[in-house]
Design a protein around this ligand. Structure first.
Ligand code: NAD
Length: 515
């Protein structure tokens, strides 16, 4: 995080009365951060506008973990044992999210820079669906049993693992937090959430919503503030059992190292550099729409962004023209304006990172067909607005082809045949998602099987309901979120062996006790 995006100050210096505070939420209440420090968060779309004071909870990790631990170990509230309570809480929380959809959408967009339509039509309803899905799972965590040859019985119980640390990024603050924690809560675990410093608001709203829905104190806690310190503390704590992290691949590698000494379970959802592979027999009108959507949804600040267009040489020129036309029609504007298709990027640091890649496109002599500049004039001068950009004829040696840009930049590379398409698709360290476009279902299936990605969309792109598993191959992560698969991270299998035989001896005792 760059200093340009934040100023730190002590509470007693604050002149900003009436600015909302986003502080640690521990044991059912928001508390003043023990450090006494806050970060100022400014509106990414209008940077003179102070939108929040984010409490530096670096010294509050221990208290949050203890609250989660006590809520789990003591089970005084019945959270761990009462699956119906958990189902009711998650279902009610989903209802509250829907009831407060507009307000939550506004808050999410204000802090992230994503457009209000993205929050309202995407993040918020999908968060409610996430909570509903796992509400339905809470009373179906079935174990099984087996009668053995000798008549004894083994019973496999499923028990919640314990305390879960959920470390989340800034691009989908509420949705990703719900994705990581709804299955954990359904399983009977308790949670300490660590939202990204830039976007803590809706994590705290989720804590309040869960409490209102009936979650006992200590079940869901939030620690706001810098990741390097708070994340490290969470990983060090022997009282945390699982860490579910979504963020950059480099941070994910650190998480894994830091989780090793206490052997925590680790789930990692990391970066992506996702290809859309377009064969010449595809429906190009649909492809052009989906490719534009997939690359520029959420301002391109998405791990799932279809940021590489791989297209058959016979249709490249035509498709580039069709996509460029759509890109030129995109309206960039303030994130809370209904008319904006793209908003500002989340921070100055993120904007500079994206602009560096665009500068590299120019210096590498690539063909920047449209976009390529920071926008200026009016509100653009007051925020972090970048033109949606298309770079044609990008070779696989270019850093634009290989590295995750995490902004509104789409590259185009042509291929000659199926083998080359697959080789190009797999030519990065990532393996999160891919799109395959063809009217030949056999070819589409062959390619889907050969592409190294956790999700492959065929003749569509970037639709991600909770029923679809989500996670990466290679350096895009470990484990899967969404679906019933996600429950596995939060459950232990316990085998209980019951002896049903009579008498003091068993055949195997004889190995030691003799006959
Ligand atoms: P980031 O790695 O910088 O931060 C993610 C979280 O980790 C934040 O809460 C941050 O405060 C915390 N953190 C930072 N340093 C830490 C440390 N040393 N120990 C523990 N925690 C630490 O990522 P970001 O910039 O917030 O998000 C963008 C990245 O997230 C992109 O790479 C994107 O691809 C990835 N992402 C992946 C998915 C997915 O599902 N695979 C989804 C969204 C975002």
């Amino acid at each position: 995080m760059s200093n340009r995006d934040f100023n730190t100050f002590k509470t007693h210096n604050t002149m900003e009365r009436g600015i909302p505070k986003f502080s640690p939420y521990i044991n059912g209440a928001m508390v003043e951060p023990s450090s006494g420090k806050f970060f100022q968060r400014f509106d990414p779309g209008d940077k003179g506008n102070l939108i929040g004071l984010v409490g530096d909870g670096s010294r509050d990790v221990g208290a949050a973990v203890d609250a989660a631990r006590e809520a789990f170990d003591g089970d005084r509230s019945g959270w761990v044992s009462d699956y119906r309570l958990r189902a009711r809480v998650l279902l009610r929380a989903a209802e509250i999210v829907r009831e407060r959809a507009w307000e939550l959408a506004r808050l999410e967009s204000l802090f992230t820079g994503k457009t209000i339509r993205t929050s309202r039509q995407g993040d918020i309803p999908r968060t409610a669906e996430m909570l509903e899905f796992y509400a339905g799972a809470a009373d179906k965590l079935l174990g099984y049993s087996q009668q053995l040859r000798n008549g004894d019985v083994t019973i496999l119980l499923r028990q919640p693992v314990g305390v879960v640390a959920a470390i989340t990024p800034w691009n989908f603050p509420l949705l990703i937090l719900a994705r990581q924690t709804a299955p954990a809560l359904a399983a009977g675990c308790t949670v300490v959430a660590k939202p990204a410093t830039l976007t803590p608001a809706t994590a705290l709203e989720l804590a309040k919503i869960l409490e209102k829905a009936g979650a006992p104190p200590g079940v869901f806690n939030v620690v706001t503030g810098p990741g390097e310190i708070i994340g490290a503390e969470l990983l060090k704590s022997p009282k945390v059992d699982v860490v579910n992290f979504t963020g950059e691949t480099t941070t994910g590698k650190m998480i894994m190292q830091n989780a090793a000494p206490s052997l925590k379970r680790v789930v990692l959802e990391l970066g992506g550099k996702n290809p859309n592979i377009v064969f010449e027999d595809a429906d190009l009108e649909q492809v052009a729409n989906a490719v534009t959507y997939g690359a520029f949804a959420n301002n391109g600040e998405s791990c799932a962004a279809g940021s590489r267009l791989l297209v058959h040489r016979n249709v490249r020129k035509q498709l580039v023209e069709m996509v460029s036309k759509r890109i030129r029609g995109l309206r960039v504007g303030y994130q809370l304006e209904e008319t904006s298709d793209l908003g500002p990027l989340v921070s100055q640091q993120q904007m500079e990172k994206v602009l560096e890649y665009v500068a590299a496109a120019f210096s590498e002599g690539l063909n920047v067909v449209t976009g390529g500049r920071r926008l200026s004039g009016g509100v653009f001068d007051r925020g972090f607005y970048v033109e949606p950009t298309l770079v044609d004829e990008t070779p696989p040696t270019s850093k634009l082809f290989r590295e995750e840009i995490f902004g509104p930049v789409l590259t185009v590379t042509e291929f000659e045949d199926e083998d080359e398409a697959v080789a190009l698709a797999n030519a990065t360290v990532y393996g999160l998602a891919a799109g395959v476009w063809s009217n030949d279902s056999r070819k589409a299936m062959r390619v889907a099987e050969r592409v190294k990605a956790g999700t492959v969309w065929v003749n569509t792109y970037y639709t991600l309901p909770v029923e679809q598993p989500w996670g990466g191959f290679k350096e895009s992560g470990i484990g899967r979120n969404n679906t019933v698969l996600a429950l596995e991270h939060y459950l232990e299998w316990k085998g209980v062996y019951i002896d049903t035989q009579k008498g003091p001896m068993r055949p195997y005792y004889g190995i030691v006790l003799g006959q």
